[in-house]
Design a protein. Structure first.
Length: 269
């Protein structure tokens, strides 16, 4: 069952070394993303500790990004060289036998979809700050999905006996203002506001009401993965919008969904 969720965007701009002198412009975004990711993993660590002394299922960290459906095992070093500088994210702790990773094993970050590359960067930042999180990252599932397969993935996570911390990587509209990657679209701000309100609400039904077709027209990747959260997040949740903005013409939001304190206790009982 799903016990906690972190929602972050996936721009390579997260990697300060790629931004040069402009890196400081996204410090608040990086801090917000670090905060929600670390909290989600901490919830999972706590659930894992509780499961060792109860009948609760084991704990599992799952990272989901948009893309062709697939599963990866990116424990090895990840290079951002394709983005202009050969910034290498080190291997995760526990990645001692890369040869045993299977057909989806990845040691070269260029084979990874960009959202998962960014998530690996966040993972390394989290482990550096919280070494006790290393084991969960080393055993995490790294998944990409699209709007066709996302609901089935969410249903399977919701039914899983493990207590799951979900980290979702998605961008909003890519057409905010004249400097956006795509032609400016006046519908983008209202769409982004609706997404932010839904994320802040912690209500799956509210998220399901967002116009996915409009989102796709605006270049957002959220519509590809929101069905995962909608299908997996049964019951009541407390949502928090931690950061939102479009500093480079792309809508980015950082949010957290957690079960109410009493429900978290039940989930780990």
């Amino acid at each position: 069952m799903l016990i906690t969720v972190a929602i972050v965007p996936g721009p390579p701009a997260f990697v300060a070394e790629l931004m040069g002198s402009a890196a400081h412009e996204l410090d608040d975004l990086r801090h917000a993303a670090d905060s929600v990711v670390s909290q989600a993993v901490s919830d999972c660590v706590a659930a894992s500790a509780d499961s060792a002394i109860s009948d609760a299922g084991s704990s599992q960290l799952v990272i989901v990004g948009p893309g062709e459906p697939g599963e990866f095992n990116p424990l090895g070093p990840v290079s951002f060289a394709s983005f202009g500088r050969d910034v290498v994210v080190p291997a995760l702790v526990g990645a001692t036998d890369l040869s045993s990773q299977g057909e989806h094993g990845v040691t070269d970050g260029r084979r990874l979809p960009t959202p998962l590359m960014v998530a690996r960067h966040l993972a390394s930042r989290d482990v550096a700050a919280h070494p006790d999180h290393a084991d969960l990252w080393a055993s995490a599932r790294w998944v990409t999905t699209n709007s066709t397969e996302a609901r089935a993935l969410g249903e399977s996570l919701g039914k899983d006996a493990a207590q799951i911390a979900l980290i979702m990587v998605a961008d909003g509209a890519t057409c905010h203002g004249p400097k956006a990657p795509r032609a400016e679209d006046s519908r983008a701000p209202a769409y982004e506001d609706e997404v932010c309100v839904a994320l802040a609400s912690g209500q799956p039904d509210r998220l399901a009401q967002i116009d996915d077709n409009l989102g796709r027209e605006l270049g957002a990747t959220g519509p590809q993965i929101w069905p995962v959260l909608i299908a997996a997040a049964d019951g009541d949740w407390v949502g928090e919008l931690v950061w939102s903005g479009a500093p480079y013409g792309v809508g980015w939001a950082v949010a957290a969904w957690r079960r109410p304190t009493t429900d978290m206790s039940v989930a780990r009982a």
